[in-house]
Ligand binder design. Structure first.
Ligand code: MN
Length: 238
């Protein structure tokens, strides 16, 4: 497994409240929200809590899906408690999307609208369903996909880390074949690049670090309206 990651504030916002982390087994992105840098605090607290929870697990104990669920629950509790105990941080929250890769299988968990994608040479599959008002309207048939991109509520989340004592994560798993790629990214990327562009970039640029940088550059070239983060993993072989 080769991995890389990049993040940028974009062309409009002064601060970058996205956070990311990766090693050979774990990829994480978080998109924080809350005034006065609280978003940055929330994103990093969640990321570090999830990392610590995964690191404390030995792969033999319990199902891997449960491990990911517990890591996200731990991140949620950490952010919620800090937000409740400090008036300057009150109301902060974050998205959290992580992929734990064990023996060629990625266990992906998320809360919010930061996405995970699986790319083979032939196709790009979105592994996460956005927890946003607009995405849920599209899924229920109340809104067309074409209307969603410019909808005034497109940034409104239905689930977030840290805004309530408990949150339900969605968890799914996918096998990664040789040469296949995994992308985790925040909405600053997916708001301005479509699936075809993302897929083409993942197929063409086989170095994960160069690929993450190129995706961030592409989003900036489209105006970079939001913070942009991409973390890429490529399975060895072929
Ligand atoms: Mn964002």
């Amino acid at each position: 497994m080769r991995v890389g990651g990049a993040s940028d504030a974009g062309r409009v916002r002064k601060q970058n409240e996205d956070a990311f982390w990766f090693d050979e087994r774990l990829l994480i992105v978080a998109d924080g929200m809350g005034g006065h840098a609280a978003g940055d605090v929330a994103a990093n607290l969640a990321l570090n809590a999830a990392r610590a929870a995964i690191a404390a697990e030995s792969p033999g104990t319990g199902s891997r899906e449960e491990v990911v669920r517990r890591a996200i629950a731990a991140a949620n509790l950490e952010v919620y408690q800090r937000a409740s105990g400090d008036p300057r941080l009150y109301g902060m929250g974050t998205t959290l999307t992580l992929a734990w890769i064990v023996e060629g299988r990625a266990v992906v968990g998320h809360v919010g609208d930061s996405r995970a994608y699986h790319a083979t040479r032939e196709r790009l599959l979105q592994l996460t369903a956005d927890h946003s008002v607009v995405a849920e309207l599209v899924r229920s048939g109340g809104l067309r996909e074409s209307e969603a991109q410019f909808h005034p509520y497109r940034n409104l989340l239905t689930r977030a880390i840290g805004t309530a004592p408990h949150v339900e994560a969605d968890v799914t798993s996918v096998d990664l074949g040789p040469g296949e790629a995994l992308l985790l990214c925040t909405d600053g990327l997916t708001a301005v690049l479509d699936d075809a562009e993302i897929h083409r970039t993942l197929v063409e640029e086989r170095d994960p670090q160069a690929c993450a940088l190129r995706l961030v550059e592409m989003a900036n070239a489209r105006g970079g309206p939001d913070n942009i983060t991409a973390v890429v993993a490529v399975m060895e072989g072929r």
